[in-house]
Ligand binder design. Structure first.
Ligand code: ADP
Length: 415
């Protein structure tokens, strides 16, 4: 008897055994049968024509429509289903055929099973990959949606806070005026209270302004007003502004006369002041009393690099990217002391995001280097700011060139 005939002779019992092995309840048995019948027919056809590819269509359907897996409550894979069918076939052949016939049939069927198992495994992998890709895309869309609602929230909150804040500031100023005419005793009592309110609203104003800047950056709406400037001058005037806190914290702040400090370049003075003010107040905040902060720089082809180095607590390598993200402050928010320049004083974690946004809007880049975080040994951190040496107001074409070059230099220096 030929192998195809041998196989056909097993049809009824094979179908019964295969349905038994795979189906759970009566209803699944009912819907599974026609599929197993089809599989068996195609197996016979494959053996008759010596072409295992006959089986591909049914396996393809099983994998992509998941009918068999759905039917089986154990939810085994199609490869698993095929393995069950291999076992069933072997068992039925042994029971029904003579030993040598069974052996002959099973040997003949071997390449067909191998082909169909490999095909099923491939298809299942592709299906899994498809599924994972869809899931990833879904997660990505969800993340984008969340980021958008976070950014919308920041924008709304900042603008809503602005109005009452302006009222507080206005009434505080008016109260101060009224107090001028009050008697001496009342003045003495009220002045520190009013100063307290003024300090509080000033700090709130700074946070609200930061939130507004972040939402401008988020929405690509940060506009720069380019004008000629000297970086050395900006840095020295910031050092003067911060001198009282530097003294109070017994720190040393040194602005070196680095090459290029007195070179006239184009940039947004107010925004660049903001960048270096953020870096310097951070250096003050994260350096213990008695420490040193040094600002120097150098000229590179087409760029100027400014470095703000401190002898502070440092930043762990794994955190060196996080700190440039929104709310990327490190450590437990509860343990931060408040106050802008106190050692480890808290902040909302927006300073570096804004600095990064401003520097990148200038076509530059910003990054940090630090051997690690250690509050005892204080290994320090160095923030690098790379800015294009512009001798005129920027034009769009040069912009993208500067941005590419800045990213290239940053990469080279970090590696
Ligand atoms: P904030 O200071 O308001 O928390 P920033 O965006 O300015 O937010 O800084 C983010 C985080 O980066 C800080 O919370 C701090 O953990 C870390 N960091 C910034 N500058 C320094 C520095 N010079 N030394 C050590 N850590 C720093």
């Amino acid at each position: 008897m030929g192998e195809a005939l041998m196989l056909k002779s097993l049809y009824d019992i094979w179908l019964e055994a295969a349905t038994e092995a795979l189906a759970q309840g009566e209803s699944t048995r009912h819907s599974l049968r026609p599929q197993l019948e089809r599989f068996f027919d195609l197996l016979v056809q494959a053996v008759e024509t010596r072409d295992p590819a006959w089986l591909d269509s049914v396996v393809y359907l099983w994998v992509w429509s998941q009918t068999v897996t759905d039917l089986n409550s154990a939810r085994i894979t199609i490869v698993g289903v095929l393995q069950v069918l291999v076992e069933v076939t072997a068992r039925v052949a042994r029971e029904r055929l003579g030993e040598s016939e069974a052996l002959e049939l099973l040997t003949t069927l071997m390449p067909y099973w191998l082909h169909v198992l490999e095909y099923a495994a491939n298809q299942e992998m592709r299906a899994q990959l498809d599924h994972t890709t869809t899931e990833l895309q879904r997660a990505q869309r969800e993340l984008e949606r969340l980021d958008k609602s976070k950014s919308d929230f920041i924008s709304v909150a900042a603008h809503e806070l602005k109005t009452p804040l302006t009222l507080i500031e206005g009434y505080t100023a008016m109260l101060k005026d009224v107090l001028e005419d009050a008697d001496e005793a009342l003045q003495e009592q009220a002045r520190p209270l009013l100063d307290g309110i003024a300090r509080g609203s000033e700090r709130t104003r700074e946070i609200v302004d930061d939130l507004i800047d972040v939402s401008l950056l988020d929405n690509d709406m940060l506009k720069l007003a380019f004008q000629p400037l000297w970086l050395g001058q900006i840095l020295r005037s910031l050092a003067d502004e911060l001198a009282p806190v530097v003294r109070e914290r017994q720190l040393t702040l040194k602005i070196q006369r680095f090459p290029g400090h007195d070179r006239l370049i184009f940039g947004d003075v107010t925004r660049l002041r903001q960048v270096f003010r953020n870096l310097l107040t951070n250096a003050i905040k994260y350096t213990p009393d008695g420490g040193r902060i040094t600002v120097d720089g150098r000229l590179l082809p087409g760029f100027i690099e400014i470095r703000v180095a401190d002898t502070g607590i440092g930043i762990a390598p794994e955190d060196q990217h996080i700190i440039f993200n929104k709310f990327g402050r490190l450590g437990d928010p509860q343990t931060h002391s408040s106050g802008k320049t106190r050692f480890k004083g808290g902040g909302p974690g927006l300073g570096l995001v804004i600095a990064k946004g401003i520097v990148e809007a200038h076509g530059g880049s910003i990054w940090v280097e630090s051997p690690g975080y250690d509050e005892e040994k204080c290994p320090g951190s160095t923030f690098h700011v790379l800015l294009p040496l512009r001798e005129e107001e920027p034009d769009a074409e040069k912009e993208s060139l500067f941005a590419k070059l800045a990213a290239y230099i940053k990469k080279g220096e970090q590696s």
